[in-house]
Design a protein around this ligand. Structure first.
Ligand SMILES: Cc1ncc(COP(=O)(O)O)c(C=O)c1O
Length: 390
């Protein structure tokens, strides 16, 4: 009997999978057979890649790899326990201090991933009597965090400050939190942080910024969105990930000492999980010092962004208005986006087609992601191929 029930459940799953296939929305994985970078080997083939979030080209940096190896030699392969038991290694501690200094906030708390940082922070701070105000294009991890927190979930149209103000003005919630991607992951545009902050001040709300795609990239010294806008406020809860521009893995939340101590006591994704291997923190310490010292990487990125945008300015498909390394080329239908991605691949260039539900219906796109590891010639190759295809 139970086997029969199991079989009928599988039939339902298969039906859903078939439906995905019919609508061109099946996702599949490519097999990476090299280090991450501009030129990679995937599925047995060498390609020029515009697919990673390795914006500064640090994922394969020899000094970071060496620091990871040295870190493993002195701290071992794994942490062996959660942070609050015996897993909190001196590398973690040093990294938290360096991250707080880097973003110029009083204190930071390290999480194993950005997904866990968002879930942990939002669920610790918000509950049933509270309300979260979120941009409709926020990352999935932020949306999941709000649902898990059981707070009232109020979403406003992308970047619409008037709509946000109306929602804030009407709210009677105990605690209010405005929650946004600082750089939108599928669009590349930057949240208007000064305007968001003044609304938060007016309506007594916190502002949580997910700077996954701005940390290391934005600001004169790569310190992220706060440096970009030159803003600081005790209302700000800053979160950034360490697997993108920083080239390794992990994430952190930074802000006032009381906030961080509260998260340490209450964030379940911090407390009830094994601490990340300390050698990752050793690698991240090396990564942070490269990010601080090598401003040339950010300058190269800006040159590449300008070159791509001017090369595609008269293309039938339009680039979103993005000043960041995320440069989405809107194609429209799922089929056309997949076809364009396939045609690029035939020319040895890898650019992912991003489709609903990750992006709104009818806005399937090629998500071109630039890295300081690219050369101007790499970008010219992409521009020529795209002009031919579109
Ligand atoms: C905006 C944003 N927030 C959070 C995350 C999750 O970070 P992580 O990959 O470290 O879990 C991502 C992507 O991965 C992201 O794009």
């Amino acid at each position: 009997m139970s086997r029969l029930i199991a079989l009928s459940s599988y039939a339902n799953l298969q039906q859903e999978l078939d439906q995905r296939k019919a609508t061109g929305s099946v996702r599949s994985r490519r097999l990476l057979q090299s280090m991450q970078g501009a030129h990679i080997r995937v599925d047995g083939r060498d390609v020029l890649s515009f697919c990673s979030n390795d914006y500064l080209g640090l994922a394969a940096h020899p000094a970071i790899i060496a620091a990871v190896k040295r870190g493993a030699d002195t701290s071992g392969a794994g942490s062996g326990a959660s942070h609050l038991i015996t897993g909190h290694h001196q590398y973690h501690q040093q990294l938290e201090q360096s991250l707080a200094d880097f973003v110029r906030l009083p204190q930071a708390l390290l999480f194993s991933t950005g997904y866990m940082a968002n879930i942990g922070a939002v669920t610790a701070l918000m509950g049933r009597d509270d309300a979260v105000f979120a941009d409709k294009l926020n990352h999935a991890s932020l949306n999941d965090a709000v649902v898990l927190s059981r707070a009232e979930f109020k979403r406003y149209p992308h970047q619409d400050m008037q709509a946000l103000e109306k929602l804030l003005a009407a709210s009677k919630a105990r605690r209010k939190l405005v929650l946004v991607d600082a750089v939108f992951s599928m669009d590349g545009d930057i949240a208007p942080v000064p305007e968001l902050l003044s609304l938060c001040e007016k309506y007594d709300a916190w502002l949580m910024l997910d700077d996954a795609h701005g940390f290391g990239v934005l600001g004169a010294e790569g310190r992220g969105v706060l440096q970009h806008f030159k803003v600081q406020s005790p209302r700000i809860i800053y979160m950034a990930t360490l697997g993108k521009a920083a080239g390794v893995a992990g994430a952190f939340v930074a802000g006032e000492n009381t906030l961080i101590e509260y998260l340490l006591q209450n964030a379940r994704t911090y407390i009830y999980t094994t601490a990340s291997p300390p050698f990752l923190s050793a690698g991240l310490l090396a990564s942070l010092s490269i990010m601080a010292q090598e401003s040339g990487r950010r300058e190269r990125l800006l040159t590449l962004i300008t070159s791509l945008r001017s090369g595609l300015s008269d293309c039938r498909w339009k680039l979103e208005d993005s000043p960041t390394p995320i440069q989405p080329l809107i194609v429209g239908s799922n089929e056309d986006a997949l076809k364009a991605s396939e045609q690029l691949l035939q020319r040895g260039i890898l650019v992912p087609a991003i489709r609903p539900p990750t992006v709104p219906k009818g806005t399937a796109r090629l998500r071109i992601s630039l890295s300081a590891a690219h050369s101007l010639d790499d970008v010219s190759m992409l521009v020529d191929a795209l002009r031919e295809i579109c």
